[in-house]
Write a protein that binds this ligand. Structure first.
Ligand SMILES: *Cc1c(COP(=O)(O)O)cnc(C)c1O
Length: 462
């Protein structure tokens, strides 16, 4: 598979280089040059097949033969052996035709493990083969950080620097990162919000000299391999609910647009997805752009679903590339507007296309809490606030209740215990492997929101 930049001015790369590069050198994101197609028969043949085998068959065209089929199958097996549930991502029923897809059974209790456990093994494989070492720098609104650290800790091939907005991630989220004491892990609490942290990381990538000096790499959701790994669970869950002989709808609690974009790719590959619903909290830039075409960056407002508290949604650029039929100059024009005036507007033809693919709605804090409570009362299940945003959005936007509606459950309730306990009176327990999290020693440094300070910190710690 060849990969091209959304902005059309970076060299085409193969899978391994795309994996290690993250952001393209023209500032764009890598996307596959063509989308592989799976026939209805192939999709039907996934029934009853274990997750890792479906994963292999769905991802193979993106990865092989650059990585051999045998090696790739082994990488997948290793990646998902750390999950605590034997079906990896089980479905749970919450209503007569409503489901949640539990994506939180990996080591750090959020859906990001599904992609990042795979990425860790892919990095290891490719870097060992090439005899190279990379420096991973990332920003996290909470969940990416621990999942990324968990995927590279103690690996010879990588050093990782993870920026989180100081005081703006939950205690569980922070401790999951800062209690990993491996010498190749560097946690940084940065003054500012998540978008400030992400902007610093982007600036590092755009400093090509520094980028080459430290062999910079990314595991943020801009990395194509993460999107790719997330395509798989749309297939496994849809097939479990009757696809390809029946349509299935999805609602996705959305921040950086990576998870829902994977659903769009699954649909492009041939999976019969009826509705794709973008659920946002009151940081609603995605709802605004998908309903009015206006992408204007506002101020981040903290919520009880902090992993979606963002105003710049990086993977949206990949959708723009599709909406503009792969014409990089159009993506460049919009991204230039964004850089200059923190705003762009999608042209009406492209907006109409987007509206045919996606529904979008924002859910406020009160409705999020009410949904956690209602699901507990109706089913006895505890859901986390991000999942609740999705469940509420699904109920508001579902246009055909005869079609199964799957909400992606992106985090374990124990990751956000205060919000859950406040409305249900139940304290969600951490799984056994994390019971002593609050007794573990933390290690992290503080840093100002200052690019030069970050650069010298990285240099002095390599
Ligand atoms: C990261 C995250 C999201 C948002 O996912 P995107 O791919 O960035 O849209 C939603 N919920 C949780 C719990 C997350 O960690």
């Amino acid at each position: 598979m060849r990969y091209v930049s959304t902005r059309g001015q970076a060299p085409e790369l193969g899978f391994e280089d795309v994996l290690l590069t993250g952001l393209a050198r023209d500032g764009g994101l890598y996307v596959p040059a063509t989308i592989p197609q799976l026939s209805a028969d192939e999709i039907r043949s996934f029934r009853g097949v274990p997750y890792s085998q479906v994963a292999f068959r769905v991802m193979k065209p993106f990865v092989c033969p650059e990585i051999s089929e045998d090696d790739f199958a082994e990488i997948i097996d290793k990646a998902y052996s750390t999950f605590r549930h034997k079906t990896i991502v089980p479905l749970a029923q919450t209503g007569s035709n409503d489901w949640i897809l539990e994506l939180f059974h990996g080591p750090t209790l959020a859906f990001k493990d599904v992609a990042l456990q795979l990425l860790g093994h892919l990095f290891d494989h490719v870097l060992t083969k090439q005899g190279r070492k990379v420096t991973i720098v990332g920003a996290t609104s909470g969940d990416t950080g621990s999942a990324a650290i968990e995927c590279v800790k103690d690996r010879e091939c990588a050093e990782i620097f993870m920026l989180h907005p100081k005081g703006l991630v939950s205690d569980v989220q922070r401790k999951q990162m800062t209690t990993v004491l491996s010498s190749n892990v560097h946690n940084l609490a940065v003054g500012g919000n998540f978008d400030d942290c992400q902007a610093m990381v982007k600036a590092l990538f755009n400093d090509l000299a520094f980028r080459d000096e430290i062999t910079l790499s990314a595991v943020n959701s801009i990395n194509w391999a993460r999107v790719m790994a997330q395509i798989v669970y749309y297939f496994t869950s849809a097939v479990a609910l009757g696809a390809p002989d029946r349509e299935v709808s999805y609602t996705v609690p959305t921040g950086n647009f990576g998870d829902i974009y994977a659903g769009y790719v699954a649909q492009q590959m041939g999976l019969p997805i009826k509705q794709l619903i973008v659920a946002t909290n009151r940081n609603d830039i995605l709802t605004r752009v998908l309903t009015s075409g206006d992408y204007t960056v506002g101020k981040v407002s903290p919520t009880i679903s902090p992993s979606m508290d963002i105003q710049v949604s990086s993977n949206f650029e990949r959708l723009l590339y599709n909406l503009y039929d792969g014409r990089g100059e159009n993506v460049r024009r919009l991204m230039d507007n964004l850089n200059q005036s923190k705003s762009f507007t999608i042209d009406s033809e492209q907006l109409n296309k987007a509206k045919q693919i996606f529904d979008a709605i924002q859910v406020d804090e009160q409705d999020t809490e009410a949904t956690i409570k209602a699901i507990f009362e109706q089913t006895g299940m505890l859901i986390d606030p991000h999942t609740a945003v999705g469940v509420k959005a699904a109920s508001l936007k579902n246009t055909d209740t005869s079609i199964p509606m799957v909400t992606l459950s992106t985090a374990h309730p124990a990751k956000f215990p205060e919000a859950v306990e406040k409305v249900t009176g139940q304290h969600p327990a951490l799984p056994a492997h994390m019971e002593d999290l609050f007794e573990r020693t933390e290690k992290y440094d503080r840093l100002d929101h200052d690019l030069d300070a970050l650069k010298s910190y990285i240099r002095s710690n390599l």
